[in-house]
Design a protein around this ligand. Structure first.
Ligand code: TPP
Ligand code: MG
Length: 418
């Protein structure tokens, strides 16, 4: 861990990791008391990823968590009571008891898009959020998370390609925790580093130790600022380990003992405590104070959640289908004509512009995709002719590769067309 943050930032990261763990520990107790209605997932050992990445966002930025990202919700400002009540399906929960896990968001204030259970689907959705922010000149960044297993879904690839070609200000955190249910990583993808998936889409990626919260934060911060500056999407692979089973029902006996022992010895909170005390940022007294603060807060939040009623029975048949304006206004808040907010005709003065957007600069270098009919930069291939305009090493390699492909005989190509 390197020292480069303010003292308050170091302590914030610590507080949120501890809070993340304490909230989940409390939910395990509630689960064992039969008070949790839906599935309960754990991010034990992965707290540094949710906390470190979400902490790199600004208030105006958007995120969409997955099941192991309660830490990100807490950093963004969701009160623990909402997380408790949501899992207990209470009437005061964000979804008023209609969901028993974490499918809730807050589009108005906190800028949180609800999780989507279908793995990977948040990638195109958050790409859309990022693009919308750009159209509106808001200079926001959108972030979401995906697991090692989820990175093999079709929509992961479609979504990332779409984000790349649109140069969306989007950061994708790939949490490689080595397991997808009971499938070990080596049985589901033949790559050593999942960050390599970014290459297929011409975008940049980072690999970071997911158990080192300072490294996670610094990497995410750099990626977020690059995305905000218009360099396009960035993928971060955070390497870690899923210390519990897939959910409460799964004892994960299929995980080798040595593997578990290795990662238990690298607990992200214990590692961070060591760092903080060696840097004289945390002593026993302030550690106790933080612990006290969390215990008091969670005691109150739990009490509130337990006292919240279950939804009335008749509520079950309401709000299932949207019935239009008497359900909720679906119109976008800005209510401007679509043509006005669609580039390049927009008459709305954006508060920012991306210098490279449309002119070819991307996170992977000069040969970035072209948008909205902008002229070709000198170094890229002209679409009409297919000829490279300049002899950069990459272009020379491309031409050489093309030359080696022999033209098929005319009869063969006719057959192929039929
Ligand atoms: C498209 C899709 N396929 C299958 C599932 C069922 N499913 C839910 S979680 C999960 C495992 C996910 O593993 P990974 O992406 O590595 O995330 P982790 O649980 O390790 O955080 C599966 C297969 C799903 N939700 N969506
Ligand atoms: Mg996984």
């Amino acid at each position: 861990m390197k020292k480069e943050l303010t003292r308050q930032q170091y302590l914030d990261l610590y507080y949120y990791m501890r809070l993340n763990r304490a909230v989940e520990d409390m939910m395990v107790k509630l689960f064992r008391q039969n008070k949790i209605v839906g599935g309960l997932y754990s991010s034990l050992g992965q707290e540094a990823i949710s906390v470190g990445t979400a902490y790199a966002l600004e208030k105006k930025d958007w995120l969409a968590p997955m099941i192991r990202n309660i830490g990100a919700l807490l950093v963004k400002g969701v009160p623990p009571r909402d997380i408790f009540m949501q899992h207990m399906a209470k009437y005061d929960s964000p979804t008023k008891g209609k969901d028993g896990t974490s499918h809730f968001g807050d589009l108005d204030d906190l800028h949180i898009v609800s999780p989507i259970s279908m793995l990977g689907d948040l990638i195109p959705v958050m790409t859309g959020v990022a693009m919308a922010g750009r159209y509106l000149g808001q200079k926001i960044v959108a972030m979401t998370w995906i697991g090692d297993g989820g990175s093999s879904t079709g929509v992961f690839h479609e979504g990332l390609n779409f984000a790349a070609v649109q140069k969306a200000p989007f950061v994708l955190i790939l949490e490689n925790n080595l397991w997808a249910y009971s499938t070990p990583i080596r049985k589901q993808v033949p790559l050593e580093n999942l960050a390599d998936r970014a290459r297929a889409y011409g975008i940049d990626s980072y690999i970071v130790d997911g158990n080192d919260v300072v490294a996670v934060y610094s990497t995410a911060k750099e990626a977020v600022e690059r995305a905000r500056a218009g360099e396009g999407p960035i993928l971060i692979e955070a390497k870690s380990f899923r210390r519990h089973g897939h959910a409460q029902h799964d004892a994960a006996e299929y995980v080798p003992k040595e593997m578990r022992a290795y990662w238990e010895a690298r607990d992200p909170i214990a590692l961070y405590e060591k760092f903080l005390s060696s840097e004289k940022l945390l002593d026993a007294k302030s550690k106790n104070e933080i612990e006290e603060k969390i215990n008091t807060l969670l005691g109150k939040e739990r009490e509130f959640a337990e006292n919240s009623p279950m939804p009335p029975a008749e509520f079950a048949e309401t709000g299932v289908y949207c019935t239009g304006d008497d359900c909720h206004k679906i119109r976008a808040k800005w209510e401007r004509p679509v043509s006005e907010v669609t580039p390049p005709r927009s008459s709305v003065q954006a508060v920012w512009t991306v210098p490279g957007f449309g002119s070819g600069k991307g996170s992977a270098g000069a040969n970035a995709p072209i948008h909205f009919g902008e002229p070709q930069p000198a170094e890229t291939e002209a679409p009409e002719t297919g000829k490279p305009a300049a002899k950069s090493p990459a272009n020379v390699a491309k031409v050489a590769a093309k030359k080696t492909v022999k033209a098929a005989p005319a009869s063969a190509s006719r057959k192929a067309r039929r």
